[in-house]
Ligand binder design. Structure first.
Ligand SMILES: [Zn+2]
Length: 211
């Protein structure tokens, strides 16, 4: 015999779950916003390398994954990652993915390198020909990252980077610190430090979205 009551209860529960999930996301600061999170380098391309062997590609990925989690869990945002493992993804493929996703914002996570091991500092970039929104996002992420790193302010700058120039949505590229500074390299080995970096980039995005 068909048991109508449990069946109806199941439907009601499903409706309840769907509505409460939607309401929960709607109450979050980045609900309805699609963000591409781009972990710089990967695969055969390590990016900058610390004197003690830490690679930029690996910490970029850790920050990118933590950023994805912050954006989804705290922000209620939709996130598209350009890579989730140690694979090589060309710059063109990253841009193509972002443009095809019709994302609202693009955040590329990098760390800086210098031949001078004493050099350290925080900077964030937007494209030279970027929109006002991209410059605003850059300024707000830079402000938040500085609060977290406490490093020298190397400025919110413009650059002609491929991923900034060719993405159709407001885009920024973060360089929270220098992996080539041995003191900084040691800090960057701490997952908690990387998580905080991600969280402050997230806060910058939230500050910006009221723009
Ligand atoms: Zn890089």
């Amino acid at each position: 015999m068909f048991k109508a009551k449990p069946f109806i209860m199941l439907i009601l529960m499903a409706v309840f779950l769907v509505t409460t999930t939607a309401v929960a996301a709607a109450g979050k600061p980045l609900a309805g916003v699609k963000v591409v999170v781009d972990a710089g380098h990967g695969g055969w391309d390590p990016g900058a390398v610390g004197v003690n062997g830490l690679t930029e590609k690996q910490i970029n990925l850790q920050v990118a994954k933590a950023l994805r989690n912050c954006l989804v869990e705290y922000g209620g945002a939709q996130v598209v990652m350009t890579r989730t493992d140690d694979s090589y993804v060309s710059l063109a493929a990253r841009v193509q993915k972002a443009n095809a996703a019709w994302a609202d914002r693009f955040v590329s996570v990098h760390h800086n390198g210098s031949l001078n091991p004493a050099h350290n500092g925080t900077s964030v970039y937007s494209a030279k020909n970027g929109s006002a929104a991209s410059h605003d996002l850059r300024d707000k992420v830079q402000k938040r990252l500085l609060q977290m790193t406490g490093l020298r302010d190397l400025g919110a700058n413009t650059a002609n980077y491929y991923v900034l120039r060719n993405t159709r949505m407001p885009a920024v590229l973060t360089e929270a610190s220098f992996i080539t500074n041995p003191t900084e390299e040691a800090k960057l080995r701490d997952p908690g430090y990387l998580w905080r970096q991600a969280y402050y980039i997230y806060l910058g995005l939230v500050d910006h979205m009221g723009y």
